[in-house]
Design a protein around this ligand. Structure first.
Ligand code: 5GP
Length: 139
């Protein structure tokens, strides 16, 4: 497996070198909005320390990230009055991974409504509105 690339886009987000819409952070993890949301409220949770994916993550990194995934799952369910929440996570290119810093997708879901297709840039004002709803639900 290739080694961790410190110039991947999420490492740049962590260092504040490129902008992101952050909704939550603690000592070990960060949650921010996906720029190509496949459902309203689609966000990503990452560890602050480097690892490519599940295959090189430590149990401590996984445990911290999963605690934040659960916290944000409750928040999006509440914020969007969702019927359910989909969690997605991909490992290496063959597994569907495009950004090589461990991340979990958190997608609020509504009965009978499919996820939108991947690869479509979201509306930034709408994403900011959704982020604010999630922040409020966390309080
Ligand atoms: P994956 O590696 O899980 O297949 O996909 C990476 C995810 O990161 C995609 O859902 C994509 O929309 C999202 N993404 C890619 N580049 C950026 C970015 O610069 N900022 C944010 N917030 N999300 C991104």
């Amino acid at each position: 497996m290739p080694s961790y690339d410190p110039d991947n886009i999420f490492a740049k987000i962590l260092r504040g070198e490129i902008p992101s819409t952050r909704v939550y952070e603690d000592e070990d993890t960060l949650a921010f909005m996906d720029i190509m949301p496949r459902s309203d409220g689609h966000l990503l949770v990452i560890p602050k320390s480097p690892c490519r994916n599940m295959l090189d993550a430590t149990p401590e990194q996984l445990s911290a990230v999963m605690a934040t995934v659960q916290k944000l799952s409750h928040a999006v369910k509440h914020a969007f009055e969702a019927d359910g929440v989909t969690i997605q996570q991909f490992n290496e290119a063959a597994g569907g991974q495009e950004v090589f810093h461990l991340h979990f997708h958190v997608l609020p879901r509504h009965e009978g409504i499919s996820m939108r297709p991947p690869g479509n840039m979201g509306d930034f004002d709408l994403i900011a509105e959704h982020a604010e709803k999630i922040r409020k639900a966390l309080n």
